[in-house]
Design a protein around this ligand. Sequence first.
Ligand SMILES: *[C@@H]1O[C@H](CO)[C@@H](O)[C@H](O)[C@H]1NC(C)=O
Ligand SMILES: *[C@@H]1O[C@H](CO)[C@@H](O)[C@H](O)[C@H]1NC(C)=O
Ligand SMILES: *[C@@H]1O[C@H](CO)[C@@H](O)[C@H](O)[C@H]1NC(C)=O
Ligand SMILES: *[C@@H]1O[C@H](CO)[C@@H](O)[C@H](O)[C@H]1NC(C)=O
Ligand SMILES: *[C@@H]1O[C@H](CO)[C@@H](O)[C@H](O)[C@H]1NC(C)=O
Ligand SMILES: *[C@@H]1O[C@H](CO)[C@@H](O)[C@H](O)[C@H]1NC(C)=O
Length: 479
Amino acid sequence: MNSFTFTLFIFHVIILLQCLSFTGAATCHPDDEAGLLAFKSGITQDPSGMLSSWKKDTSCCSWKGITCLNSDRVTILDLVGFPKKPERSLSGTLSPSLAKLEHLNVINFGDHGNITGPFPQFLLQIPKLRYVNIANNRLSGPLPTNIGMLSQTLEDLDLEGNRFTGPIPNSISNLTRLSSLVFGGNLLTGTIPLEIANLKLIWAMKLGNNRLSGTIPDIFQSMTSLRFIDLSRNGFSGKLPLSIASLAPSLLVLDLSQNNLSETIPVYISRLNRLEKLDLSKNRFSGVVPKGFVNLTYINILDLSHNLLTDPFPILNVNTFDILDLSYNQFHLKTIPKWVTSLPAIFSLKLAKCGIKMNLDNWKPVAPIYYKYIDLSKNEISGSLERFLNQTEYLLEFRAAGTKLRFDMGNLKFAKTLKTLDLSRNLIFGMVPEMVAGLQRLNLSQNHLCGMLPATKFPASAFAGNDCLCGSPLSPCKA
Ligand SMILES: *[C@@H]1O[C@H](CO)[C@@H](O)[C@H](O)[C@H]1NC(C)=O
Ligand SMILES: *[C@@H]1O[C@H](CO)[C@@H](O)[C@H](O)[C@H]1NC(C)=O
Ligand SMILES: *[C@@H]1O[C@H](CO)[C@@H](O)[C@H](O)[C@H]1NC(C)=O
Ligand SMILES: *[C@@H]1O[C@H](CO)[C@@H](O)[C@H](O)[C@H]1NC(C)=O
Ligand SMILES: *[C@@H]1O[C@H](CO)[C@@H](O)[C@H](O)[C@H]1NC(C)=O
Ligand SMILES: *[C@@H]1O[C@H](CO)[C@@H](O)[C@H](O)[C@H]1NC(C)=O
């Protein structure tokens, strides 16, 4: 969404350019030319020729990635790399000579993957920055404690996917025009500074995948523009702060997964009634899920897996789900809930170890053809998979390991889309059909299968512990 803001920004710039009936490149201010050429010399590799137009004594305003608005001064540096392809992107360092470009508003220099060095301190000297994206490079070291001395006009600061260490400096609170704080995927430590509460215009707070710790501070009262919160994959502990309730109704995404959060899921979460994604998975939340979740009618991704939640689970009132995952809690759902079975569309349903005791022949989902991922492992599910699998058309993955399915594997038919089938530790009998050769992952270990295996690429452990299977990768069949 950051790139979305940027796209909008560039769009405005282009409109502006057209209004000014911009006619080719102005000559370039000598300071800007010198700054850019010094920057170029800090780049050690440019395999795709991104900087090949950057030549002395040609106007730098016409160089690739450079825009001068209105004058001979460079206002935009827009050179993004190729995500996940450092071999095509720029390598090297970010030369401090860029500080000479006093009129820069926009630095869009993300996704190079192989740009190293410390936090670009020179940014603090550029007075009118509005947008800085240096995400997905290989910058490292601490964030400067005086990061708050960055331009007071700064609206976007995207540092995601580098190797920055140490704490988030308190002075960040001075950047009151910031609309997003995107620091995810670094090695940041310490707690979230309380001063962040000053950033009242922020709509995205993305601090996921760092090493932050402590409690989530009670800072949200005044941050009513927040739409996206991602604090996942850190070491946060304790209970959820009350002020999250102030984000009703506008909050859309709350991702707190993979932390060490505990106590109950607060009732006030139900008031966030525009939530589309709630991910609390892999924490230590306990107690019941509030009945008020029935009011989360826009929820599309609900992942509560790997917590200590208990019965009863509320009835939800939604039309479709991309992901519903309640696995590995302390639920005893007894059956796949009726409101799930009657959903007109659901793509990923994961109810592993949910205390389900039912016969799969009695499960008649309204829209089986939409299912893509299903995990019903570690439940007391009996009966046959034949009827259900026969109705799916787009299924990619089916897991029911450690249940009590009992049917003749030889008759099983499934959608050609299926990639993963895990039916280990069941009571399945018969022969292994040739059709399984088209799968990418298969596990049929610990069943009652028999007969000669079809030719597949799966290891022996996929077939171990059956009654009388033979042939590669198991021992040869007796003639
Ligand atoms: C990354 O940069 C280093 C030093 O400039 C270089 O030796 C290496 O080949 C680069 N790696 C890639 C994938 O471009
Ligand atoms: C924050 O802003 C105030 C007022 O503009 C200024 O006095 C202070 O030095 C700034 N602090 C930092 C750390 O940038
Ligand atoms: C999680 O929090 C509990 C206390 O609530 C603590 O005992 C435990 O060590 C924490 N675990 C981790 C991995 O931080
Ligand atoms: C759902 O929201 C309505 C209106 O705000 C409220 O009256 C009702 O109590 C809520 N339902 C639950 C179960 O909390
Ligand atoms: C599978 O589906 C086909 C066509 O929809 C139907 O004729 C057949 O009886 C089904 N088989 C099973 C085992 O349900
Ligand atoms: C199949 O599942 C068993 C446990 O049920 C496990 O030990 C084995 O490694 C798995 N094999 C494959 C290929 O996934």
